[in-house]
Write a protein that binds this ligand. Structure first.
Ligand code: ATP
Ligand code: MG
Length: 419
């Protein structure tokens, strides 16, 4: 008997699928799931064998499909487009779904459900590595680098993850902290899945005065030199993390290595809540900015992104932080029509930056990294990796020396789970 979970995400083909499966003696539809969360919860019961999924279901991402696999549920996708469209094939590949059927012809569904073989999961799996210990001496040379940027997903997380990975690849200890109060994505970019939230655990320990001795228990080691404090599992849990917790977390981090922080985009502060001692939405971001040794501001290279970057640089200046600001213009490409020189002229009009860096747009390299759950600097040798290395040289010049003469290895000691 093949037990099926169905996630049609409101598409009309759900009825056809049910009719096609209901009449079969060797197939049972266990559940019609309302959304991805419902699907993942149903998979966790361990009773399902196959999930029939709308390829465009909101929130369906590689991590959810990996979750299905962990519970032995084989995915089949249904698309309302043509299964051989490039977009559809790319999406199926990104999700690692081996079979895609057309919604307009589900006559093969029952056969597909009973015969689908799973492809081995080609994502890399991290070995569990112990988190970084406190250093005995030299902690005073560690620096806190806070990666910030305006709204519109300019690439803050990508820059933070890869900067940290590059530092670790050079042999310097680094703690990467996901302090985005609008929902964390560092764990996903690094393939660290199904973990308890590091930042919530850290906040709890800070609240009970145990953070200093137990910080290691909320860090996740990802390779010899990199430890990650994973972010909020859901955006609405920001209330559990107060400014004082963030201060303690960053302080504990700096005792172990350089600290690279991923933050949210918003900077508004709620003075009334602050005074009343209530947590404020953007406290994670603003506290990190206040404690930064250097702020790396990421903007997207397109016209909208550059306008937001300009506004963001002004907002940041108006906050009056003391840390130097370095600007990264991400996803640079020739089709935008502006030269680096022109963009530099614009940036100079808004801030006195410690430096300006350009990272090329490289969808293929970034996708490869996302699918394998590893940083770009580990999985590609291209221009984007070189540009990140250049940024790292400027942000943490001390690491240049450490990398010289040693072969750069991946940050994580990885093994491919055998097929
Ligand atoms: N240099 C690049 N080339 C191609 N794609 C990129 C590049 N940098 C980032 N991206 C892509 O842009 C998207 C947004 O990146 P990322 O998640 O790092 O942004 P963010 O600013 O952290 O967004 P959020 O507001 O969601 O936290 C992702 O799909 C990422 O893979
Ligand atoms: Mg992000």
């Amino acid at each position: 008997m093949t037990c099926v979970l169905l996630l049609a995400a409101g598409h009309a083909w759900e009825a056809t699928a049910l009719t096609g499966l209901d009449g079969r003696r060797d197939v049972t539809v266990l559940k019609r799931c309302v959304d991805v969360d419902d699907l993942l919860a149903a998979a966790t019961t361990g009773q399902a064998d196959v999930a029939v999924l709308a390829l465009d279901a909101p929130g369906l991402d590689p991590a959810s499909v990996a979750h299905l696999r962990r519970y032995g549920v084989r995915p089949i996708a249904v698309t309302t487009a043509r299964p051989d469209d490039l977009d559809v094939r790319e999406q199926a590949q990104r999700l690692q779904v081996p079979a895609v059927l057309a919604a307009s012809d589900l006559s093969d569904l029952a056969r597909a459900v009973t015969s689908v073989e799973d492809v081995p999961d080609t994502r890399e799996h991290h070995e569990v590595v112990p988190p970084l210990p406190e250093v005995r001496d030299g902690a005073e040379h560690h620096r806190t680098i806070v990666v910030w940027g305006p709204g519109g997903a300019p690439g803050r997380t990508t820059v933070a993850v890869n900067l940290a990975a590059e530092v670790a690849g050079r042999g310097a200890p680094v703690v990467l902290a996901d302090l985005d109060p609008w929902g964390g994505s560092v764990a996903q970019q690094l393939g660290v899945l199904d973990e308890a939230s590091g930042v919530l655990g850290g906040a709890r320990l800070a609240g009970s005065g145990q953070l200093e001795e137990r910080f290691g228990s909320v860090l996740r080691g990802v390779g010899e030199h990199l430890s990650v404090l994973t972010g909020l599992p859901r955006a609405d849990r920001w209330r559990e993390v107060r400014s004082a917790h963030v201060e303690q977390i960053l302080d504990a981090g700096i005792r172990r290595g350089h600290v690279v922080v991923d933050t949210g985009f918003a900077l508004e502060e709620d003075g009334a809540a602050d005074l009343a001692g209530r947590p404020t939405r953007n406290a994670m971001t603003t506290t990190a900015l206040d404690l930064a040794d250097e702020v790396v501001v990421v903007g997207a290279a397109d016209p909208v992104g550059l306008a937001r970057l300009a506004r963001g640089l002004v907002d940041l200046r108006e906050r009056g932080g003391a840390a130097p600001v370095r600007v990264v213009v991400n996803r640079m490409r020739a089709t935008i029509g502006w030269s680096e020189k022109e963009i530099a002229g614009m940036v100079e009009g808004f801030t006195r930056a410690a430096g300006l860096h350009f990272l090329p747009d490289d969808r293929a390299a970034v996708d490869r990294a996302l699918v394998s759950g590893s940083p770009v600097v580990d999985s590609s040798e291209g221009a984007l990796s070189r540009a990140i290395a250049g940024l790292t040289d400027a942000v943490l010049p001390a690491t240049v020396r450490e990398s010289r003469g040693r072969l750069r290895g991946p940050v994580g000691r990885r093994r491919l789970r055998s097929a």
